[in-house]
Design a protein around this ligand. Structure first.
Ligand code: ADP
Ligand code: MG
Length: 390
């Protein structure tokens, strides 16, 4: 069928034609955004889920909602090898510039700009194009203690947002790449913001381990945040994610094929988009029927293997690859780390650093103490296809 009209959108962060099965999360975010603007308490949110389930898409959606409610927004992807402050700085600068044109917020924006300037020098942020043309405010946000200074800076920005009669939404993707110090500082800053009833909310997204991570960072994060689980779609939502976009284009799909796609993808959003995309292209005309399944399936797998899966394995060293291959030999997981050690014929303790490295790269995570699992759905099957000889 006409490839130009193909509605499906496989790709990291690509807006899907039908955002299926996420009403609850979206409603909760929308309610929180509106409450905070009224000065009512609301919880920030940390979306948790495996790769390809639609976290980035949700964060984008929440940012859009925030904008519709009149928020200033700052969207950051947590850096894997840089410091959070380096990314925050230009974002906060940009937000303050926007706030400064609101008459009622001129004075408090100026105060916040000075705090930002102090913050930049305390953390030796290379300001480059974002030089702030105000004097620093000595004694504000310049102690060099991230937790302390970030809190002060956020409070000043929150004051300015309030003076502007608006809110500020911070959206941070890939939260698992933040250091414990950075995450801890963010949590403390949000905690203070909450106590002062300032119109600021944080929405984060990351791999499932972030609940444990932020729990370690600050014990009260559980009260401060909700941790919505972003998972594979239910059977009906998965079917709808394929059927609806096709029908919106005035075409139809056979229910048998739909059923097969839901089973093969296990309802994982990324896989659904790839399958939807391929069955559309592989069919001569609508209704799209099971006849296309072989050629479409081959193409879908090829594209996933060369893209989604391959970019992940490519980041591992040979030794790290051996570790995940040993996992795949055991199945889909989760497993005990000791089982993996047995497959490799090595001691659990010797493998500790290697396991930690792979976790730091976001390839595997520990769902419970002593357990280990893939962060990429169906990764074991990929490894069996390409890395394990019978
Ligand atoms: N609710 C959904 N329904 C259908 N497709 C979705 C949904 N959420 C995300 N997708 C699709 O899944 C893929 C991965 O989304 P993304 O947000 O990048 O996932 P993550 O950030 O969790 O890795 C994209 O192609 C996107 O269009
Ligand atoms: Mg993402």
């Amino acid at each position: 069928m006409d490839a130009v009209r193909n509605p499906f959108a496989p790709g990291a962060g690509s807006q899907p034609p039908e955002l299926a099965g996420r009403e609850e999360i979206i409603t909760a975010a929308d309610t929180a955004l509106q409450r905070v603007l009224l000065g009512r308490p609301a919880q920030s949110q940390m979306l948790m889920g495996l790769r390809g389930v639609g976290k980035t898409v949700l964060l984008n959606k929440i940012e859009q909602l925030a904008e519709e409610h009149g928020y200033f927004t700052s969207f950051i992807e947590a850096p894997e090898d840089r410091k959070l402050v380096d990314l925050l700085y230009p974002k906060i600068h940009q937000v303050l510039r926007k706030m400064s044109v609101v008459e009622s917020a001129k004075a408090s924006t100026h105060v916040a700009m000075r705090a930002l300037r102090s913050f930049a020098s305390a953390f030796k942020i290379s300001v480059g194009d974002f030089e702030v043309s105000v004097d620093p405010e000595p004694g504000v946000a310049d102690s060099g203690n991230l937790e302390f200074d970030l809190t002060e800076l956020f409070l000043k920005v929150g004051d300015a947002a309030k003076a502007a009669g608006r809110g500020w939404a911070i959206l941070i993707d890939e939260v698992q790449y933040l250091s414990p110090d950075e995450l801890g500082a963010l949590i403390v800053a949000i905690h203070r913001i909450n106590q002062k009833a300032l119109p600021v909310l944080l929405f984060g997204a990351g791999l499932p381990a972030i609940a444990a991570l932020s729990g370690d960072a600050k014990s009260y994060s559980e009260r401060l945040f909700i941790f919505p689980k972003v998972d594979a779609l239910s059977h009906d939502d998965a079917a709808g994610a394929i059927r609806q976009p096709i029908e919106d284009e005035g075409e139809t799909i056979d229910e048998n094929l739909l059923e097969k796609i839901v089973v093969l993808t296990q309802g994982y959003p990324y896989f659904l988009q790839e399958w939807g995309y391929q069955v559309w292209n592989a069919s001569e005309r609508s209704p799209i029927t099971v006849e296309c399944i072989e050629s479409a399936g081959k193409e879908a797998l090829r594209r996933l293997d060369d893209g989604f899966f391959k970019v992940r394995i490519d980041r591992l060293t040979p030794k790290e690859k051996e570790y995940v291959i040993a996992m795949a030999k055991l199945g889909a997981g989760p497993f005990r780390s000791s089982e993996v050690a047995d497959v490799l014929g090595e001691k659990l303790t010797t493998l500790g650093p290697r396991r930690a490295q792979i976790i730091a790269k976001g390839m595997i995570y520990s769902p419970a103490h002593g357990d280990i699992a893939f962060t990429v759905p169906m990764f074991d099957e990929y490894l069996k296809r390409h890395w394990i000889k019978d």
